[in-house]
Design a protein around this ligand. Structure first.
Ligand code: HEC
Length: 197
């Protein structure tokens, strides 16, 4: 009798040992409360909000002079450095000292130890991000890759892309969707100029 009892206890113990790992909690039943897919309108609204508070227009919008100072030119909103306007002259010797960086009056061209960089056209024209995929935009914003493609040059200052690496995927999509909803502006921004020797 005693043997039978021992054998039975051992069997129960073994059975438990073998079943514990299958006791992991089963995922809760789907209740139909899935995260809601944002509509196009909601994405555009969220994107507009983000682009505003993140200050993209400070650099990417050409400016119009107003009595209160320069303000974004809404006819060319976010279309980057206006390629119709010559860069203008500047003191190259001052730049060479490395003690100063220069921003043009429109805040769309930037001169420093990196040479001259021009704020990109972010409107959905073919001279802007018209042909870009979300993947490309993501690569430019998170990895600082020019045109958002592998093996391209790193984005130059003062594009603050390292600040944007922690953005959520949902916010990145919203910003991209908003930019794609803008009025396309044809404006081929000049290529960056390398530093003077
Ligand atoms: C302080 C100025 C500044 C701010 C603010 C800024 N940018 Fe830029 N951005 C630049 C400059 C300058 C370039 C061009 C850099 C280069 O040629 O390497 C650039 C380049 C880019 C590019 C790459 C374009 C290309 O053709 O590869 C994207 C995309 C971009 N910016 C999006 C944004 C967005 C979206 C915001 C706001 C969330 C923003 N930028 C805020 C200055 C700025």
């Amino acid at each position: 009798m005693k043997w039978m009892y021992l054998a039975a206890t051992a069997a129960v113990g073994l059975a438990c040992a073998f079943t514990t790992h299958s006791n992991t909690p089963t995922p809760p039943k789907r209740t139909g409360h899935q995260p809601k897919q944002s509509s196009q309108g909601e994405l555009v609204k969220r994107g507009q909000y983000l682009v505003t508070i993140m200050g993209c227009a400070d650099c990417h919008a050409p400016k119009k002079m107003t009595p209160k100072g320069p303000a974004p030119d809404m006819d060319r909103f976010l279309s980057g450095y206006n390629s119709d306007i010559p860069l203008g002259t500047y003191d190259k010797d001052l730049v060479k000292t490395g003690q100063w960086v220069l921003f043009n009056g429109q805040n769309t061209a930037f001169i420093g130890p990196w040479g001259v960089s021009f704020a990109a056209n972010l409107t959905p024209d073919e001279t802007g991000i018209g042909n870009w995929s979300l993947e490309q935009f993501n690569k430019a914003m998170r990895q600082g890759k020019f045109r958002g493609v592998d093996n391209s040059r790193p984005l130059l200052p003062p594009m603050p892309w390292p600040n944007y690496t922690a953005m959520t995927d949902a916010d990145m999509r919203a910003v991209f969707t908003y930019l794609k909803s803008l009025k396309p502006v044809s404006n081929p921004v000049p290529a960056a100029i390398p530093p003077a020797p």
